[in-house]
Design a protein around this ligand. Sequence first.
Ligand code: ADP
Ligand code: ASP
Ligand code: MG
Length: 439
Amino acid sequence: MIKVCKFGGTSMANSKAFEQVKDIILSDENRRFIIVSAPGKRDKNDRKITDTLYACYDELVATGAIKENFQFIRDRFHEIVTQLKIDIDIEPILDRTESEIIAQKSAEFTASRGEYLSAIVMAAYLGFEFVDAAEMIRFDSHGRLNAEYTDDKVKTRLKDVKHAVIPGFYGRDYEGKVRTFSRGGSDITGSIIARGVKADLYENWTDVSGFLICDPRIVPEAKPIKQITYKELRELSYMGASVLHPEAIFPVMKGKILINIKNTFKPEDPGTMIVPNDKYELVGNESIITGIAGKKDFTVISIEKSMMNAEVGFIRRVLSVLEHFNLCVEHLPSGIDTLSVVIASEQLKDGVLDDVVNEIRENVSPDYVHVIENISLIATVGHGMSRRVGTSAKLFNALAEAGVNIRMIDQGSSELNIIIGVANSDYQKCISTIYKAFF
Ligand code: ADP
Ligand code: ASP
Ligand code: MG
């Protein structure tokens, strides 16, 4: 039996957390491959190591040196090594890291050093081998993961390794330059390693007791989901439930490896099991819906034209405008004479929105184009929804009673979710109302 364990930033934040992590790992000898994040915040007002490294890079670009910010990083690692009396000479490692950051002058390299140092220190603390992720994880020239090459490398590099600590978040491109995943990417590293070593279980250790039905910052009493399918998880994490990086699901899905989200600070809690469809059992998820998640700041462009359905190539012409502006479309709900495109507002800044609307007008001669900004998308997800009559009615009634105005509806044909658009100002109210209606 092989377990791959990833520990997030809070689990690496200070010497106390390091001790918890060690207890967890040593209590089960199957926990062989350990992926670590950079130390996160020790308390609300603290700074994450990764944020500080990005600040180092900015300082380097602005002043040619990394004095103040790098001192903070030195102090944090010193504190952990000293308090735990770890047998490692950290000073020369920090000196070398500082010189490399200055020499390379790369934001991604700089950011990656949090995980690098974290893994070196944790490996020394556990007495495990340190294996650098850069030896295994390969990015292509566009900065995307080369999954098959990486999988081969993981297999060969870890074949004869009994126990290892591996830094999360980064790999190397074909030129040998260090590249990082997007923020929160250590979850992806854990998933890649789990697939490569054919783990029986990928344990993702964080600071909450599993994937909660919705964001605990909005509904503090939200309970953990006991079991959830890969697809449901993908919908929820993509829609903003930040516990697990949305891309972390793919490698484990390929290997059909179960994920268990666990709490480092309450290791006895069962957490959430993430499983393939065919392994899903009813384990007391009595509700029709599994979870709720949402993202803010979208723009809806609604295009109206009588008989648009009879016009060959109408949708293609709309989409070609979006392609011309290099825009990713989030959703595309349509009616008989209307088509809406939902786009992250971030992409439409600096006059792009006006240009897009004008080009749509020119390209498809609509009767009417209407733009709604500051929209939040909220997904209610559950694979049981399709089999139950009245789920949408219950949801919409509850929102009507709470006075939440629904600006857009998109029920995916998979019947795994119902996505609605509401004003940003209704975001929290909408999520807590849906939670109350179903739980
Ligand atoms: P780590 O540093 O361990 O990777 P993250 O901060 O990335 O941890 O993810 C855990 C955090 O995600 C929780 O502390 C919580 O605030 C937030 N979160 C958002 N949505 C959810 C949810 N549905 N369930 C659990 N946690 C959530
Ligand atoms: N340390 C990185 C971040 O803060 C990656 C991670 O924690 O997963 O985004
Ligand atoms: Mg995370």
